[in-house]
Write a protein that binds this ligand. Structure first.
Ligand code: CTP
Length: 405
């Protein structure tokens, strides 16, 4: 499965470094080429020679060592890797990754990497539970980094708790799962919309909504991770664009309508996660509206329904809509899906705690064209996005085989 793949393994200074020796050995058996980068602290636990003997390749430890080949090595390593695994990952490297620090060879490579990254934390349980570490792990997760473990159990320092590095077998299983997931949408063109549109009232005011864009950005990230060629049409958000995704920024529903319809023909999958304003002020005043003490009436006119327009013009595309409901979610959802001719709908009850706008988690159900549904438990938005990738990949595969028959 790993034939022809290059895995970059970062080893940092924890007692679990000895387990990474087994990881290299297993990766080699699966046919992968393994480039090992060790921090200085890691070399105190295991000798670079051990990794060199198993990987049959140079081991990198020092930013300023005599280069092993004539290129800018940290960049070359980052570009050559198909996947990056940091195991064990100390609290220190996790903090450096979260902040984007680059003060040694490994952290510099990690900052240059644009490929999927897996991190297997290993540290004392108190360090693991420290709010700083938890916040850093959350930051990495939001950026699409895969965190494996840690496991619970007896620790080198004598205490017991969560913080042991996951076993090599589990780490490899996660890597394999990611690789097979990655191949599922290779080359597919995916358009995702995200954020809440803003409808100007005058030069300083607008009508908006509470959408944070987190769900749509997580979806863009998960599809890019699955090998798709992703374009994200985004209404304003406070989020960083996901790595490897082309972003088109828009403001209003009409802007979004224009951009999305321009791109529609070439797309294989379209996911409309944006919260599009149903109405906009009929006129946007040229000057700021002054207060008068009187009631103010704004006349609103309907915006185009982008999803419905895409449904009307659908050819080969797989169309996914979203619905934020506050009551009768399944009944309203099914109705919405049929009306807008979507192939699938993601519905959530925004009134439930842990669901909806601004939160990092969501509780959703997937509704399908044949009237069936799948309820997911409360999950992070990125986990939901990965579930969505899996569902759509399976449905598309089914459709394609039917077409061939
Ligand atoms: N949507 C859209 N264009 C609009 C309004 C909504 O493309 N002008 C899309 C959203 O991106 C989402 C789906 O339609 O994928 C459902 O949006 P929602 O606002 O929940 O449904 P509406 O059709 O607007 O119905 P209602 O507000 O009456 O519940």
């Amino acid at each position: 499965m790993l034939k022809g793949k290059t895995i970059l393994l970062g080893v940092t200074g924890g007692i679990a470094a000895y387990k990474s020796v087994e990881i290299v050995s297993r990766l080699r058996k699966e046919g992968a080429q393994v480039d090992v980068v060790m921090t200085k602290a890691a070399t105190e636990f295991v000798s670079p020679l051990t990794f060199r003997s198993l990987s049959l390749r140079p081991v990198y430890t020092d930013m300023f060592a005599e280069p092993k080949s004539w290129n800018v090595e940290h960049i070359a390593l980052a570009e050559r890797a198909d996947y990056v695994l940091v195991a064990p990952a100390t609290a220190n490297i996790i903090a450096k990754m979260a902040l984007g620090l680059a003060d040694d060879f490994l952290s510099t490579v990690l900052l240059a990497v644009r490929k999927p990254i897996l991190v297997a934390p290993a540290m004392n349980q108190a360090m693991y539970h420290h709010p700083a570490t938890q916040q850093n792990l959350k930051t990495l997760r939001e950026r699409g980094v895969h965190i494996i473990g840690p496991a619970r159990g007896f620790q080198a320092c004598g205490s017991e708790g969560e913080g042991r590095m996951s076993e090599p077998a589990e780490i490899l299983a996660k890597l394999m799962a990611l690789i097979s997931a990655k191949q599922v949408l290779q080359g597919q063109k995916v358009l995702v919309t995200a954020g809440g549109t803003r409808e100007p009232i005058d030069p300083v005011r607008y009508i908006g909504n509470f959408s944070s864009g987190k769900m749509g950005y997580a979806i863009a990230s998960a599809f890019a991770e699955a090998g798709a060629d992703v374009t994200l049409v985004s209404a304003p958000t406070a989020l960083q664009p996901p790595v490897g995704v082309k972003v088109i920024n828009v403001l209003t529903a009409e802007d979004m309508y224009r951009e999305v319809l321009k791109l529609y023909k070439d797309q294989d999958i379209v996911i409309k996660a944006a919260a599009v304003a149903d109405y906009r002020p009929q006129i946007c005043k040229e000057q700021k509206i002054k207060k008068s003490g009187e009631n103010l009436v704004l006349e609103l006119v309907p915006n185009p329904d982008i999803l419905a327009a895409l449904g009307e013009q659908k050819e080969h595309q797989f169309l996914v809509g979203f619905a934020a409901e506050t009551e009768n979610i399944l009944h309203n959802g099914l109705e919405k899906m049929r009306k807008k001719k979507a192939n699938m709908l993601v519905v959530n009850d925004v009134t439930k705690p842990g669901a909806g706008f601004g939160t990092d988690t969501n509780i959703v159900s997937f509704l399908f064209e044949d009237g069936t549904r799948k309820d997911l438990p409360r999950m992070s938005k990125l986990e939901i996005a990965r579930e969505l990738v899996k569902e759509i990949a399976a449905l598309k595969k089914e459709k394609d085989t039917k077409k061939k028959e």
